[in-house]
Design a protein around this ligand. Structure first.
Ligand code: HEM
Length: 125
């Protein structure tokens, strides 16, 4: 089936979940962005697993539970500057390295996330 060709199918659920768990460990330690997040990141990570599953062409888990992602609107309560977007992406890049995400999927996903992260910026430095 064509769904075998999605980035989600190529990465696999297990590695995607490892990536996200490692990502939020790094976020929780990052001096520039940790304060934006709740102390307990379990629910945040659960939603991100749902979101990235559908973002990568897997089942629409996020939308099934939460409706349209409207990511920019959902981020408006948080002051996201260009530096904070960079910090978010740096945590993602480190997490990708730590879980040994393979090329070309690593660069492809990073590129898409960079684009989305730019879109979340809602506050001047
Ligand atoms: C939620 C920060 C970029 C996807 C959140 C939350 C914060 C945050 C503080 C709320 C956490 C919570 O209350 O549980 C940031 C910052 C970003 C960024 C500083 C830097 C640009 C992104 C990007 C994506 C994304 C690029 C897409 C891959 C999500 C999702 C949620 C979320 C799916 C959960 C939304 C919900 O509550 O349903 N983010 N985010 N974020 N973020 Fe981001």
């Amino acid at each position: 089936p064509s769904s075998d060709n999605t980035p989600y199918a190529q990465i696999g659920e297990e590695k995607l979940h490892q990536l996200i768990d490692r990502f939020y460990e790094l976020v929780s330690q990052h001096p520039d962005i940790s304060f934006l997040f709740p102390d307990d990141l379990a629910e945040t990570a659960r939603k991100q697993k749902q979101f990235l599953t559908q973002f990568l062409g897997g089942p629409a888990l996020y939308t099934e539970e939460h409706g349209h992602p409207m990511l920019r609107a959902r981020h408006m309560p948080f002051p996201i500057t260009a530096d904070r977007a960079k910090a978010w992406l740096s945590c993602m890049e480190l997490a990708m390295n730590d879980v040994h995400l393979q090329e070309p999927i690593k660069s492809q996903l990073f590129h898409r996330l960079s684009y989305t992260a730019q879109h979340m910026i809602n506050t001047k430095e």
